[in-house]
Design a binder for this molecule. Structure first.
Ligand code: SAM
Length: 228
């Protein structure tokens, strides 16, 4: 299946300038995938943050959103998107819709996106943003994403945007052969980001992408005692 890169409404000149500065910052920080940089260069991050934080939308930082969650730092989004390896028409599962920004970046690359969020309010807000921006290749669901979306598997790539205590086996098994699962694994204070590639029916290999910090993955294959 193939899809076209998705349309976006124009931003103000100020936001356009800040966005292109952010792309420059990410390039200087080592993000080398030009397609990913171009996608970050077209997605209006100001549309995914609370109105009062719009002036900070292009800082390279995580920002608070509702339900005590965060929109991930742009460097983290760029690293995960580069690592999963998106092509036009790739079928990508995201766990942790949050604001919807990461899903929009994947859609801008031409992916068909399936994204799961455990908080109904966040999923609803993200859906409304996708509608306003004219993004059509993003499918949303409210459920425990730590066990994936079996009915839609297999996926060419899976991004987990919350920190897990271990690699969720259900997600590893929902990859196609050659597909990659990008997942932060560690404790609640900090995690190591891993790229796990499915190399065969019962075989996977893992690569360490460095230290990161995420909010916890709460669910059957995540942390089970959290309130967030
Ligand atoms: N990708 C998001 C974005 O672009 O804004 C950032 C996500 S935020 C760092 C992590 C999200 O994972 C939170 O919204 C949280 O509610 C969600 N989450 C945590 N555990 C989850 C689970 N088991 N299933 C689905 N979502 C989960």
């Amino acid at each position: 299946m193939s899809s076209q890169p998705q349309p976006f409404t124009p931003s103000s000149t100020l936001f356009v300038q800040r966005r292109s500065h952010l792309v420059q910052v990410l390039r200087e920080r080592g993000i080398a995938d030009e397609a990913v940089l171009a996608a970050i260069g077209v997605v209006p991050r100001e549309a995914f943050v609370p109105d009062v934080l719009a002036a900070n939308a292009y800082d390279d930082t995580a920002l608070p959103i509702d339900e005590l969650q965060t929109i991930s730092q742009p460097f983290t989004v760029a690293t995960m998107t580069s690592a999963v390896g998106v092509r036009s028409g790739s079928k990508i599962l995201e766990i942790g819709t949050g604001s919807g920004y990461q899903a929009a970046v994947l859609a801008a690359l031409g992916a068909i996106v399936y994204t799961i969020e455990r908080h109904a309010l966040l999923s609803h807000q993200a859906r409304e943003r996708f509608r306003r921006l004219g993004l059509q290749n993003i499918h949303t669901r409210v459920s425990d994403g730590s066990i994936g979306w079996a009915a839609q598997a297999p996926f060419d790539g899976i991004l987990v945007t919350a920190g897990a205590p271990d690699v969720p086996e259900a997600l590893a098994r929902q990859l196609s052969i050659g597909g990659r699962l990008i997942v932060p694994v560690g404790d609640r204070v900090g995690q190591t980001l891993y790229s796990v590639t499915r190399t065969g029916d019962e075989t996977w290999s893992a690569q360490d992408l460095g230290p990161f910090k995420f909010v916890p993955l709460i669910g059957a294959e995540g942390w089970q005692d959290g309130v967030r």
